[in-house]
Design a protein around this ligand. Structure first.
Ligand SMILES: [Zn+2]
Length: 122
């Protein structure tokens, strides 16, 4: 989603990334089209990878609803003690592969105030 600001009336309009609009197509309620609109900087999506005891305990975001196009896996190269059927060969480019434990992850909502943690380097 990108947010555009109408330079004629000041309204903001959210347009999905997939939508392609031709010049002349009204984008704003006041009939402003692309030449009247200013693309505002995209707000960044913030993720936190939470570890406990060196293991990933969760991957979370304060806007998980924005992340349905992203798939997450964790790759753990520490395979000591793992059963053979838990190990996946992870291609490294060329003909090399490394054994690892690969798990599918999810991005969970969080109550952590990520905006405060990112405020110095957002
Ligand atoms: Zn407008």
């Amino acid at each position: 989603m990108r947010t555009w600001k109408c330079n004629d009336c000041g309204r903001t309009v959210d347009i999905r990334y997939e939508e392609v609009l031709d010049i002349g197509t009204p984008m704003c309620e006041c009939a402003g089209d692309a030449k009247d609109m200013e693309l505002l900087p995209a707000s960044r999506i913030r993720l936190a990878v939470v570890l406990e005891g060196g293991m990933v305990s969760s991957i979370c975001s304060d806007h998980p609803e924005l992340l349905n196009q992203i798939y997450v896996i964790t790759i753990d190269y520490d395979t000591d003690g793992a059963d053979e059927d838990e190990i996946t060969l992870v291609p490294q480019g060329g003909i090399r592969s490394e054994p690892a434990i690969v798990s599918r992850g999810t991005i969970d909502p969080t109550e952590i105030k990520l905006d405060e943690l990112f405020k110095d380097n957002s």
